[in-house]
Design a binder for this molecule. Sequence first.
Ligand code: SIN
Ligand code: FE
Length: 300
Amino acid sequence: MPNPMALDIAVMTLPNQQWNENTGEQDTAAAIAALEQGKILYLPRLPFLLTAQESALLDPALLEPNRKNISYRPDGDRLDGVAVPEQRPAARQLLERYHRSCLALLASLLPAYPAACHSPAGTLRLHQIAEWRARASWRKDDSRLHVDAFPSRPNRGERILRIFTNINPFGISRTWRVGEPFPQLARRFLPRFKRYYPLASWWLNAVGITKTRRSRYDHLMLQLHDAMKSDPDYQRDGPQRTMDFPPGSTWICFSDQTPHAAMGGQFLLEQTFLLPVAAMRNPGLAPLNVLQSLVRAPLI
Ligand code: SIN
Ligand code: FE
């Protein structure tokens, strides 16, 4: 790899073996500081154990055609993507249980967050990465380094907090590439961005392409996502390191901040929460505030 990043810039490893483990105040402060700097919190000994019924869900044939994953929104009890009706109860149970475990993990490891976290959404990812990536357009190809930005759901600066657990039963790791710190990334790509047209974002909302109006922040984050993915030189030569997450491990990151790319593996649980910037220990590290200080203008 031409431009390797040091492990301690990318990751903080934690010993937790329980989803509700009692974590001391010093350790929670260190974890929150690392996470807000854009590091991945890596918990190599925190598995999520499946019941026999849930294990039967580990089959891509369960997905509706052309779906990337099975998704579950606890608010409103909304389950999508299951092609086999008899498997819906097991899928709901699994994603509901995972959501509850993730809330317990936040309460023990990042206790400042749960009260402010909202809009939980979970996914069960069944595709083999190599097979899925062969079918995806460049914009949807998550094996290219990127930061997350939702095209149809503007989040107006709110943070995308994600928890992942590898549940592969055959010993296969989830392999990621992880990229450079956000301020460095933003400075690199900002000069390339196209102008923001408020009228265009009003129109996207009016015709229903976006669920709310895209702010200037959302515009910049989508530009960043696309500029990263469409730049082969950056993909090859940008600062990065490869990380293997074996089965039985869990990891947490702010995926709107930490550049990441899924390179291999199959069978993953993922839980998303949105977090207002004001709920962070250090709001200055949020992409919103980093970008605002670079462009010297309010973005929402
Ligand atoms: C992504 O969030 O870009 C993909 C992560 C994964 O599925 O491993
Ligand atoms: Fe992503």
